[in-house]
Design a protein around this ligand. Structure first.
Ligand code: CTP
Ligand code: CA
Length: 236
């Protein structure tokens, strides 16, 4: 007796999770990056594996050790993350049941990458960085998803003069076409790199789920409960 049994609601499920933040190179030593730590994605992978899933973690520039039983596929740029996610989500006979885009994907990359280090005082000293739009991995996963696969997006939003956080998030859910959107309110600016978190899981269909403030593992558990409620019954 004692502790409640860990749910095994993800047994036999294959899940693919992106985590961390992409880096877009400028030259051999410099990049444009972001502050995503990868901790929430790591927690999602750890909890899914503990609940019985076969888990692949596509990790963009995260230095954390692989969670127990999880296969980690390291990537650097948004384009590398895109290729890895498409391959893992739709891989042959082993199509994923759930795909989760928790990585912070760079929206833009430098148009040209210098082959050698940019130098002060050089004739070609740069005065600006020209950027090109990266492709939207989540939107592409939605378009290419096999039948029955759930696609989950993440959004860090702030309220502004136009609308509150959830209004912005509902618009993003509709725009992206994913099944679920996990929303972080970052208005107070305190989520990045922190050990704890709180989210709302918005559904394209069905009710929203509020996951209360807690450790990233506790929030991951709440997210998986919302996701597994929407999974089609196991095949066979
Ligand atoms: N995302 C993605 N590919 C991109 C950008 C974002 O797959 N090139 C995914 C993120 O991993 C996340 C979701 O899209 O799951 C929402 O990311 P977000 O940055 O909030 O959305 P954007 O469409 O980039 O909108 P914004 O202009 O607000 O940044
Ligand atoms: Ca973005």
């Amino acid at each position: 007796g004692g502790a409640a049994a860990l749910p095994s609601d993800l047994t036999g499920r294959r899940v693919v999770i992106s985590a961390g933040g992409t880096r877009e190179p400028l030259d051999p030593v410099r990049y444009l990056g972001n502050r995503s730590s990868g901790k929430q994605g790591w927690a999602l992978a750890r909890v899914a594996a503990a609940r019985g899933a076969e888990v692949v973690l596509v990790a963009a520039n995260v230095e954390l050790p692989a969670p127990f039983g999880v296969r980690v596929a390291p990537v650097g740029t948004a384009e590398e993350l895109r290729a890895a996610m498409l391959a893992e989500a739709g891989a042959g006979e082993a199509v994923a049941d759930v795909v989760v885009m928790s990585a912070a994907v760079a929206d833009f990359r430098p148009v040209s990458v210098a082959a050698t280090k940019l130098k002060k005082g050089a004739a070609s000293e740069p005065s600006a960085i020209e950027l090109a739009r990266n492709s939207d991995v989540l939107a592409e996963l939605v378009t290419k998803r096999p039948p029955g696969q759930l696609v989950v997006g993440f959004a860090a939003e702030t309220g502004d003069d136009d609308a509150d956080v959830l209004t912005h998030a509902r618009a993003k859910l509709a725009r992206k076409g994913c099944d679920l959107l996990v929303v972080n309110d970052v208005s107070a600016g305190q989520v990045f790199g922190r050990a704890d978190n709180a989210v709302v899981v918005l559904g394209a269909e069905g009710p929203d789920t509020e996951v209360p403030h807690g450790s990233k593992d506790a929030v991951a558990a709440g997210i998986w409960t919302a996701v597994s409620a929407r999974l089609a019954p196991p095949a066979g």
